[in-house]
Design a protein around this ligand. Structure first.
Ligand code: BGC
Length: 677
């Protein structure tokens, strides 16, 4: 037997796995294809997610198990660093930062004894009512790709296997166990799968199949998705594990469909059931060898790599990691409105400030499902503001429940900050038994919150609304009477500190929306949280708004700053396999600020049905007061291709394209230039 040691190369690992497969019994191979139980551990631990759960592995052959823990808000095991939710991180448009988040997560997974992180959630936000919107990075496949890749890189640097999930088209929560998602081939390939493909190209070790069906087949049984596309077209070498509650429905469906591991325990992948299916000729031994081989090879590829460092316990939730959480919260908040330059607040001109709303005072870090990072202490908005101000200004808190008191407090204060929005009951993973999460029935705020906003703003013209949530919130009922609106998300352990720094101008907000906020929800695609079946169309988000000429309340990619930026001198260059856009971006304000420069490609002249434009590049750029930078963004030619279902291949049209660059997806604010391919 070959010795397992650090530094083994891939061909040595292949040889070893082949040797093992030759010497393993059928039972031992099948044992690679499921989790090692969960129930007893949850009872022992008095709760879920308190440790990494193991699966597969073989003591006899020196193959360690994989040890699963969840995310993406951080590692869910208690004590870990709780980051802002993925959607808040996407709003930073800072992929280097996301890689650093991944780096922290990777270290903490290892320090907890895990080696697999099930938290690269890259499902596309088709409709903002989706309950788990907060776990992903928005509505655009390119943005999802860039963030998924960044998190994967950061995590895997520490020899932790990353999991991209939920494969695929998982974007309705309440109906997740049953819904059949229909879509045509172009929609599948161009809209719902590209981000998974990018993560696989980046070397993402594992995939988690989704609960829902696509074209009539459960994703965990879906041989077209798992065998033809993932393992065939994309040449994926890792393994696929199922989602946890009802991800596998029967033995033959799962094994023949291309699912390698049933998690978290064997129900349908029990030795006896798989043997029966083999004997009945419904699956083959080659399928078992392939699954077991993938699992063992992937595990060995990670556990035999030299570690870049040691992973002591002290790393978990350490100061350095909290700093990254703070930076993430600061960079992700999105300033949506700032009339009369109410913000930033000048503390020398204020003597009394009032903070309204229950969410100003409670721990509200997001969903209470599988992404919940158990954390004892969180800096709430009120704590953050009080800490920031010390005794310099009188800070009053009012929970907003008593209208009379609200009126009086609002009247007497120089500034009113209203913290409203959502919590884990409104949105999140749907766990019926605990009455938590699910999809939203409405995109607007609760009536009580709207009433609070109305009452406060009638009494105090310096009212600022701070929104908490993981997705789009419509604001038409009240947005005109509020001068300043800040989207603060579920912003993690350091959220309140970040908020105070933004409100008082220590941090100039630079976040931008990773989705479109509609004026009227009717402008969004059809959504039914209880659907048995639904058709996903080619258009959603900004591509749908562009196509139909609808004006959103706030467009995709939009966000204000305490300064303004001007764009000029857009150029395009086509070189070999690249299209290169360059533009001068100037900070025309009085302080430093970050701008997220976005590049879109337009397909107006296409011979086929294509969006008006698609995001194909972006960069977050720091600019000092008055500074101009020439910003260059490259798009690889293959990113302009469309999927031709007839030829079953990606094709690049020979037409005139438009390259747009600017600070949001809003068409009349983008500079544009034509180029040919
Ligand atoms: C969720 C997954 C999660 C898994 C394990 C499932 O219910 O859908 O996202 O990774 O549980 O916690």
């Amino acid at each position: 037997m070959i010795e397992i040691k650090k530094g083994m190369n891939e061909s040595e690992i292949d040889d070893y796995v082949n040797y093992v497969l030759e010497h393993m019994s059928l039972e031992e191979k099948i044992a690679q294809m499921s989790g090692n139980g969960l129930f007893m551990k949850v009872i022992e631990d008095k709760g879920f997610g308190k440790r990494a759960y193991d699966a597969a592995g073989s003591k006899k052959f020196n193959i360690p198990p994989f040890k699963f823990t969840d995310g993406p808000r951080g590692v869910i095991i208690p004590g870990s660093t709780c980051f802002p939710v993925s959607m808040a991180r996407a709003a930073s448009w800072d992929i280097d930062l996301e890689q650093r988040v991944g780096d922290v997560i990777g270290k903490e997974v290892r320090a907890h004894g895990g080696n697999l992180f099930g938290g690269v959630c890259i499902n596309l936000l088709r409709h903002p009512a989706w309950g788990r919107a907060q776990e992903t990075y928005g509505e655009d496949p390119f943005l999802l790709s860039e963030f998924g890749v960044a998190l994967t890189r950061g995590v895997q640097k520490h020899n932790v296997m990353a999991t991209a999930k939920h494969f695929a088209a998982n974007s309705i929560e309440n109906a997740r166990f049953k819904v059949n998602v229909k879509m045509d081939e172009r929609t599948l390939r161009e809209v719902y799968l590209p981000h998974f493909k990018r993560c696989i190209e980046e070397g993402c070790a594992t995939i988690m199949s989704a609960y829902n069906k696509i074209r009539g087949k459960y994703c965990g049984h879906n041989n077209y998705l798992l065998r033809d596309i993932l393992k065939g077209d994309w040449n994926f070498k890792g393994f696929v594990h199922s989602d946890w509650m009802y991800g596998v429905k029967d033995t033959v469906g799962g094994v023949a469909g291309g699912l390698d591991v049933e998690m978290p325990r064997a129900k349908y992948f029990k030795v006896k059931k798989i043997k029966n299916a083999l004997e009945a000729g419904k699956i083959t031994e080659a399928m078992i060898d392939d699954a077991a081989g993938r699992v063992m090879r992937t595990i060995l590829n990670y556990v035999t790599k030299e570690d870049p460092q040691n992973y002591e316990n002290e790393l978990i939730g350490c100061k350095e990691h909290y700093k990254v959480a703070l930076e993430t919260a600061e960079k992700g908040m999105v300033l949506l409105k700032n009339e009369n330059e109410i913000l930033p607040l000048n503390k020398n001109k204020i003597s009394k400030l009032v903070v309204f709303g229950k969410y100003a005072k409670v721990k509200n870090t997001g969903d209470h499902g599988s992404s919940n990072v158990a954390v004892k202490k969180v800096i709430t908005p009120l704590m953050g503001i009080k800490r920031y101000l010390g005794d310099s200004i009188e800070v009053v808190y009012d929970d907003g429940k008593d209208q009379k008191s609200v009126k009086n407090t609002a009247k007497e204060a120089d500034v009113a900050i209203i913290v409203v929005g959502l919590n884990y009951k409104d949105e999140g993973e749907y766990i019926k038994e605990f009455r938590t999460g699910g999809d939203r029935d409405t995109l607007s705020l609760h009536d009580k919150d709207i009433e609070l906003i109305n009452t406060v703003s009638a009494e105090n013209k310096n009212s600022i609304v701070v929104l908490i949530g993981g997705s789009a919130i419509t604001m038409e009922e009240w947005k005109d009477q509020i001068p300043s609106i800040l989207m603060a998300w579920y912003s993690g352990v350091e959220g309140g500190n970040a908020l105070a720094k933004i409100l008082f101008g220590d941090i100039n907000p630079g976040g931008k929306l990773p989705f479109t906020i509609p004026k009227d929800p009717k402008h969004l695609p059809y959504f039914d949280k209880n659907a048995d079946e639904i058709e996903y169309g080619y258009y959603h988000g900004y591509t749908l708004f562009d196509k139909n000429g609808y004006e959103p309340a706030f467009p995709f990619g939009f966000g204000l700053s305490y300064v303004t930026f001007s764009y000029s001198d857009l150029q395009v260059d086509v070189k070999n396999d690249k299209v290169i856009g360059t533009v001068d971006v100037k900070n025309t304000g009085k302080i430093a600020g970050d701008e997220v420069v976005q590049l879109y490609i337009g397909f107006e002249q296409s011979q086929i049905d294509r969006p008006l434009k698609l995001l194909k590049g972006f960069k977050r750029i720091p600019l000092k007061q008055n500074e101009t930078k020439n910003v260059k963004i490259e798009v690889s030619r293959k990113n302009l291709a469309w999927y031709n279902p007839e030829s079953k291949s990606w094709e690049i049209e020979k037409i005139t394209y438009t390259l747009y660059m600017g600070g949001s997806s809003k068409n009349d604010e983008l500079l544009s230039i034509k180029f040919e391919l």
